[in-house]
Design a protein around this ligand. Sequence first.
Ligand SMILES: C[S@@+](CC[C@H](N)C(=O)[O-])C[C@H]1O[C@@H](n2cnc3c(N)ncnc32)[C@H](O)[C@@H]1O
Length: 189
Amino acid sequence: MCSHQSLTQQAHDAIVCCLQPGDWALDATAGNGRDTLFLARQVGPSGHVWAFDVQSEALKVTEQRLRGAGCAETVSLIQASHDRMLEYLPAATLGQIKAIQFNLGYRPGGDKRLITRPQTTLPALTAACRLLHPEGLLSLLVYRGHPGGMEEYQAILAWLDGAGLGIKQINICAQQAPVLFLLRHSSPH
Ligand SMILES: C[S@@+](CC[C@H](N)C(=O)[O-])C[C@H]1O[C@@H](n2cnc3c(N)ncnc32)[C@H](O)[C@@H]1O
């Protein structure tokens, strides 16, 4: 599918359909906190969001954004690589997270050399699949235009090939543009 709409908006539109007040959600790449805030608003004060980033600056910006919106209590901010998510989330969250977002690449406005990398992205995706609810949605936004981006995209394609997931792929109509994957557990036959 080829689209002209913002992929971030399309990811949010897809998540709205499966994330209710009281649910649990995960942001694997907090960055500037826009996705974290979106998830926090969706689950409301009775739900919870876990948000990871390796950069303290990213978590600081995200925390300020959440505080400004009165959502800070809904979110656990974790400064660690997302491939370690199973160490940080309670065991009760296995198979219970309704929405998971990965927004790869570098933090807009931050250091462009600090990018996500397949060595940690792929194990993180595998861990995220263990946390994802049977009816949940994993949104994976992949940027291909920066150094290292195309390699990460290729590695993700190979990973998706063996992941046994239901996959919807949305492309922007331009070379090297980002790609959005919407992933679900395949339904049993
Ligand atoms: C494109 S930004 C995320 C944008 C963010 N979701 C938002 O709404 O603003 C990508 C983020 O991934 C973070 N990142 C890079 N490697 C990571 C890793 N191994 N684990 C967790 N976060 C990582 C970067 O520090 C950066 O902040």
